[in-house]
Design a protein around this ligand. Sequence first.
Ligand SMILES: Cc1ncc(COP(=O)(O)O)c(C=O)c1O
Length: 428
Amino acid sequence: MRTEEAMHYLASHGQQKTGNDTIFSWLARYQSAAAAGARAVNGTIGALLEDSGDLAINQVVDQALREAPAAEFSAYAPLKGLPNFLDLAISLALGDSRGRLEVMGLGTIATATPGGSGALYLAASNFTERGEAVLLRDRHWGPYSGFITGCGLNIATYPLLPEIEDPSTPFFDRPSFERELEHLASTQTTVTTWLNDPAHNPTGLSMPAESRHALLTSFVESAVRNEHVGHTLLLDAAYHLYADEPHGWAETIAEALDDGLPWPENLLICFAISLSKSHTIYGMRTGALVCLHPDESSLTRLKDVMGVTGRQTWSAAPRVAQYVLSELHSHEEGGVAWSHERDRLAELLNVRRTRFLQACDENHVQVNPSHDGFFAWYECDDPEGVANACADQHVYLVPLSGGVRIGLCAIPTEFIERVAEALAKAQG
Ligand SMILES: Cc1ncc(COP(=O)(O)O)c(C=O)c1O
């Protein structure tokens, strides 16, 4: 009898939850090789490490947190978040386009959440009708499936990249996206798509302006054609502040509206904001869901829905980082000091990525396009086999569905070329 079958106290939906320990098991392999004295390379972790192997910490954020009054650590935050933090979350989502969008009549609300994961949970539990599917790219962050299936939803996918590149929409398979959209809009009462852009996990892909514009246009046109079907575009901005165009989506939305793209009533656009990476406070669980819509009364209602969902799930999100970061960004010197540190960390990633892509080129390793953020990706039919062959050379990566994730964020710069060489050997 399987252990779970004997666990009569575990409901069937509890039994469906199986561990996602691939990343940790490959990390453990790295750790045991390193402990045995090998010059092992750790490309398994999804956090930014300095070249020394220590966790990279934004020193300005760390310093500000240490100076916070005791009450800010101890007290509850308001259920929907501290007002100044909610304002900051909207600015982090929209950047310099915020004013322009507001002048156009677009309203915004934010709800504080425990990290970007909390924002994804709010979306999964409220925007897609139970039993219906959320549209994702076929390569996506593994935990998406847990958030989605845990809320009684299904997953539909379209390819990350087109088989034949269309120069008018680089890195975007528009025909497949539209086909899936059409299918969902004609069979479901809600259409929701989640898009981790820019700086996609696990590939590092960022969509250029023309592809963002095309995706938005296809989505809005579907909403217009299907006026009784709710349409939600969720932009997962977990890594956006390390990207070349951090606020590209807000710019695209503003430009499209300027050019006359309509905003139908049944369209909602949201940003899942995470401060885990941008402010290096992974463990402090701070993020927000930011929603955009032109109708103020719908937004007021939505704010209650989000607040109540949070209340029923985690109560209030942690307070101290909400307080400290809204104070830090409320004056120019604070924002500038934070961005200097952020720039230093972004440069670490840039140098590693440039060297990696160049080494792959020299070694004839066909890696995926990778532009920003923490990761790069080697697409292959046998991810386990490739990761094992790399591990034989003491380069530890993570095999996932459809390819191998290369954690540039964790790999010391001096070892980057070894990763490309290991992949070259692994591909035979
Ligand atoms: C693609 C993506 N989205 C969202 C998150 C959420 O991060 P957190 O909940 O730590 O803020 C992560 C974290 O790794 C991620 O990779």
